[in-house]
Write a protein that binds this ligand. Structure first.
Ligand SMILES: C[S@@+](CC[C@H](N)C(=O)[O-])C[C@H]1O[C@@H](n2cnc3c(N)ncnc32)[C@H](O)[C@@H]1O
Length: 379
């Protein structure tokens, strides 16, 4: 298994130098390092919704791959590159930043496609290919689609290496927001209370902790928890019956034409009608879906969808991201919630997101509650 230091060395050696070099090392420590472990790749390989969608997309549209040149951006274990070869690609460039590249190479050899799949270890941004490609395939999606900011690397690869009539896998993506009821608020408050209880226990017990009185830090500890713990989104696999109104699309992406500018800052205003009586709007939930449609010039024989929406059967490893509204609002069928939504990259770490919601309840009686603004971290 690759050590963090070895992984960081590999990244640094492929980095340009100067400031870029430092940034890459930080990025490696914060982001890439986990991808160099098989346990993490396995989590993705064991997500049947994800696996089925990509498998169907490739094999039901084998005409996009047969005799073609494919680029797999972030090949990880190599699974998508190997499928591309099995579907008939004549050449697959499988680019992976971490030492997982070694395992991808081994897997390609063991599956008799090493003559087609060429694993290249390095950052996609730095890699130079000997030719342009017909297809770019990548599994780049993070929580609520854009967390991790990996789509930047796919855009970079597309602009440098995709032929003008090339195809993107997936080809389209959407972000969704929905009003939900949830018992998660209580659990979160419980977690907060437990954290404060532990701290109080610690300081009460320690009028002199190794000779130091810690009590003076209690206020700061509470403030820190209120600022970060209570304001972080919650990962959850919701059931469909927790959604109490109409979900709305807050962003649509055409992977063939999207720009980094367009995804750095997502803004939307949506209106979501409530469809249940006498319930509580406890949170807004975010998720995404992607589609494999091919392109106008090269349409898919069969469109495939990968959805991370609340699902009775357990959903995906992405789950949904829950943003608790405090206080929850009593709502009824016929009411509408208007939401202004902003998601920008965190200044400290471009792979994490800061979100702001301003929500306003319009009751069916005509009464309008004052708008409330609340901020969250997607970390
Ligand atoms: C979400 S995983 C997907 C892995 C694999 N394609 C799959 O579907 O199972 C993303 C992979 O892309 C790699 N990656 C992310 N950004 C990259 C970049 N700019 N250059 C090369 N590899 C990258 C990560 O290290 C990780 O292994």
């Amino acid at each position: 298994m690759a050590s963090l230091a070895a992984a960081a060395d590999a990244a640094a050696s492929s980095a340009g130098g100067g400031g870029a070099r430092v940034d890459k090392e930080v990025d490696f420590a914060n982001y890439f390092c986990t991808y160099s472990y098989l346990y993490h790749q396995k989590e993705m390989l064991c997500d049947p919704v994800r696996m089925d969608a990509y498998h169907s997309a490739v094999f039901r549209n084998a005409h996009h791959f047969r005799g073609k040149v494919v680029l797999d951006v972030g090949t990880g274990s190599g699974i998508l590159a190997i499928w591309s070869a099995q579907a008939g690609a004549k050449k697959v460039y499988a680019v992976e930043a971490t030492n997982m590249a070694e395992h991808a190479r081994e897997l390609a050899r063991a599956n008799d496609v090493a003559d087609i799949v060429e694993v290249i270890q390095g950052s996609m941004e730095d890699v130079v290919l000997p030719e342009k490609v017909d297809v770019i395939i990548s599994e780049w999606m993070g929580y609520f689609l854009l967390r991790e900011s990996m789509f930047d690397s796919v855009i970079c690869a597309r602009d440098r290496w995709l032929k003008p009539d090339g195809v993107m896998y997936p080809s389209h993506a959407r972000m969704w927001l929905a009003p939900i009821r949830s018992g998660l608020g209580d659990k979160k408050m419980e977690g907060f209370d437990i954290a404060m209880h532990d701290w109080n226990h610690f300081v009460a017990d320690t009028v002199s902790y190794y000779g130091v009185n810690m009590n003076v830090l209690t206020k700061a500890y509470r403030a820190e928890n209120e600022k970060y713990y209570l304001k972080s989104s919650i990962w959850n696999n919701l059931r469909p019956n927790q959604v109490i109104g109409q979900a709305a699309i807050v962003k649509e992406i055409d992977c063939l034409t999207a720009t980094v500018d367009e995804i750095q800052e997502v803004r939307a205003q949506v209106t979501m009608p409530i469809s249940e009586d006498m319930t509580r709007l406890a949170a807004l939930a975010g998720w995404f879906d992607v589609h494999f449609r091919g392109s106008k010039q090269n349409p898919a024989a069969q469109e495939v969808e990968l959805s991370t929406a609340p699902d009775e059967n357990g959903g995906t490893h992405w789950g949904q991201q829950v943003f608790l509204l405090t206080p929850p609002l009593k709502v009824n069928e016929g009411d509408t919630v208007k939401v202004s939504f902003t998601m920008v990259r965190s200044k400290e770490n471009r792979r994490l997101m800061d979100l702001e919601f301003t929500y306003e309840l319009h009751e069916s009686s005509g009464k309008q509650l004052p708008a409330i603004t609340t901020k969250f971290y997607l970390d």
